[in-house]
Design a protein around this ligand. Structure first.
Ligand code: 6R9
Length: 649
């Protein structure tokens, strides 16, 4: 396969004002990996400490003694960095510019206003009985209260677990029970693309499913819709928040005390609760935010992700606020009321840095350039992407049509587990190759390995591992440390395994090729094939199911489900619809299968393991590339599946 690519130099005007140069990147990177103690002792000071740390790094990736600690004797409260310390010089600076689903619905919160709102919110949580170390589940739409709720938890030392508003009651209940969360914060309804999302009703169902786990529910009024409020359990924020003080002392936290849990899909079992702690995470969030986005004091930074994902945590809330930046928060969707919306928001709020996902770019690209050309976009100076590999065609469109060739694109590779950006073409420091994650961030040591774990040199393709810790690394899987060890440190002992494949080209650029495990990346969202399979087999008509990803024009990957029905049940369109409904009920709309194929049987090894490799090839229509099928228990199944695929049955 040839990998001919266009190289784009950094646009000159951008380079002239960039914070970093190719030389400063090289120098800082070299120091970060040659003297990590010294480097992080210095950069750890970028956040506000109550009691400064004297220890920097205490890490062992040995699987028998695995621990990750940074700045371990320091004391802080992350909200002091994000709020208190900004008041003196940035009190009247916009902290959050919010734009609602409808364009006329917009307002701005200054740092002082946000500080007070968070203090009030913190006092409300305290009044409800939330204390240090308690888990609080946040199930909110993209409204400023989502950021306030996160920060209020952090201020009083509670651990937030934000659950994306698109998840179903079942999925929400699973996350509530896993971390034994007695408190839930939700809203009456969400609003997205003109449609209402019944958040409170979903939360009520989840509480029921969680069997009395939830003791208190705080409800934000968003739409004014009519919802059931349970006496003694449910409280309106605007009622209980009316009387409380707007001062609340920040809880002193150890650097390694938990800050938040965020559930993410893996290749096996239930989603796991990725745990991040206070000190290292905030250092990483703020440092990556500053350098990756070439941050300047007057930037208006817009990350279009949802706070339900790690991108929203790090680059809507913690990173920008710790840096005293202005962060735009958008409730709506890119195509409502029409495909100009993103660029209109940029013009309205004079956005200077815009960060989104390849799937959104592809969806907008399909609408042509007219909706873009109608807008000015002159304020934008830097563009970014995250969530999945970006195809060069979408990259070029983003660069030329949206950015008019003026704005570098930072393609940021990272994961829920890494806390913030890991591999990125830092703006101003490198030529850009469309689709390449490019180079490691400070302190990140990537390597490529083959299946046997041999480290590959030079131009190579293999599995991506990271060979040393960085401050933003996840600390454990909440409540299941062994799963943390097994998932990330057992494939290549002593190293962190990312689950991604990667290529390094002759110039040393890294190109992420996608997941090498049973995780599908649908529109930049991670979905475990095992989760979708277990949702499918919980349907009464399903005997067995196997799920794989396949190339999808807009979503990057689509969900392809092979389903064997129970004896006597025929697969027809009616059943397919019902299965889709069922998966949406079990997990949420993002897990809906895009294609369901009836499978008379599944290709299995003689030991009963489903050969997903073969199913993937069939779903991709690569019938000639199935590889060796001789080890299958029943090779004939493959021909039947190919026939079914060809007939689109
Ligand atoms: C931040 C986030 C992580 C997985 C990751 C990889 C894929 C993310 C990417 C990318 C290629 C990029 N991924 N960014 N692949 N280029 N710039 O997305 O976290 O939801 O945990 O997903 O997403 O496969 O392993 P998360």
């Amino acid at each position: 396969m040839s990998h001919e690519v266009t190289k784009h130099p950094v646009p000159e005007a951008f380079a002239a004002q960039a914070n970093l140069t190719p030389e400063t990147y090289k120098e800082m990177y070299a120091r970060s990996v040659n003297d990590p103690e010294g480097f992080w002792a210095e950069h750890g000071k970028r956040i506000q400490w109550m009691k400064p740390f004297t220890q920097v790094k205490d890490v062992s990736w040995d699987k028998d003694n695995l621990h990750v600690k940074w700045f371990a004797d320091g004391t802080l409260n992350v909200t002091e960095s994000c709020l208190d310390r900004q008041l003196e010089t940035r009190g009247d600076k916009p902290a959050i510019i919010w734009e609602g689903d409808e364009a006329e619905d917009a307002h701005t919160l200054t740092y002082r206003q946000l500080y007070k709102a968070v203090c009030r919110f913190s006092n409300v949580l305290k009044d409800l009985g939330v204390g240090k170390g308690d888990r609080v589940t946040i199930y909110l739409p993209m409204i400023p209260e989502a950021a306030m709720a996160m920060l209020a938890c952090a201020r009083i030392g509670a651990i937030h677990s934000v659950v994306f508003g698109g998840f179903s009651p079942e999925a929400l209940a699973g996350r509530i029970t896993d971390c034994e969360s007695k408190f839930v914060i939700t809203a009456d309804e969400g609003l997205r693309g003109g449609r209402k999302v019944p958040l409170k009703t979903n939360a009520d169902k989840a509480c029921q499913l969680a069997n009395g786990m939830v003791e208190k529910m705080l409800v934000v009024q968003r739409t004014g819709g009519d919802v059931h409020m349970e006496e003694g359990r449910d409280f309106w924020l605007h009622e209980v928040g009316a009387e409380v003080s707007d001062e609340c002392a920040p809880e002193p936290m150890n650097a390694e005390d938990p800050l938040f849990i965020l559930y993410t899909s893996g290749s096996t079992g239930k989603p796991k609760g990725v745990l991040h702690t206070c000190g290292g995470y905030l250092v990483w969030a703020s440092m990556t935010h500053e350098y990756v986005f070439d941050l300047k004091e007057n930037d208006v930074f817009w990350c279009s992700a949802d706070v339900g994902w790690v991108t929203g945590h790090t680059y809507i809330v913690y990173g920008p606020l710790a840096n005293g930046a202005t962060s735009v928060m958008f409730e709506g969707v890119p195509t409502y009321p029409d495909a100009s919306r993103f660029w209109e928001v940029c013009d309205r709020h004079q956005v200077t840095i815009f960060y989104t996902a390849p799937t959104a770019i592809r969806a907008l690209m399909r609408e042509g350039s007219d909706p873009v050309d109608k807008t000015s976009r002159k304020s934008i100076r830097l563009l970014g992407t995250v969530g999945e590999p970006i195809n060069p065609e979408a990259w070029e469109w983003y660069f030329h049509i949206v950015g008019e060739g003026r704005c570098p694109i930072v393609d940021t590779w990272w994961q829920t587990e890494t806390g913030g950006t890991m591999i990125v073409p830092l703006p101003g420091t490198t030529d850009m190759k469309p689709g390449a994650g490019s180079h490691p961030f400070f302190g990140v040591k990537p390597e490529l390995v083959d299946a046997e774990g041999n480290i590959l040199q030079g131009e190579a393709e293999g599995n991506l591992i990271i060979t040393d810790s960085w401050p933003g690394q996840m600390r454990t899987v909440y409540g299941d440390h062994q799963r943390f060890v097994d998932t990330y440190f057992s494939a290549y002992p002593g190293n962190y395994f990312t689950g991604d494949g990667c290529r390094r080209d002759a110039d040393g650029f890294y190109w992420i090729t996608g997941r090498v495990d049973d995780v599908i990346n649908v529109s930049g969202h991670r979905m475990g094939t095992a989760e979708v399979e277990s949702a499918l087999v919980s349907h009464h008509a399903v005997a067995e199911a196997a799920v794989v990803g396949y190339p999808h024009d807009i979503k990057g990957q689509g969900i392809y489900a092979y389903v064997t029905t129970v004896a006597g049940v025929e697969m027809d369109d009616e059943l397919k619809k019902d299965l889709i409904k069922h998966v949406r009920y079990e997990i949420g709309p993002i897990a809906s299968p895009d294609l369901i194929q009836f499978a008379p049987g599944l290709p299995k090894t003689r030991s009963g393991k489903i050969m997903r490799r073969i199913l993937r090839k069939i779903a991709e229509d690569s019938f000639d590339a199935l590889g060796d099928t001789s080890t299958l228990a029943d090779p004939e199944v493959v021909d039947q599946l190919i026939e079914g695929r060809q007939n689109r049955s």
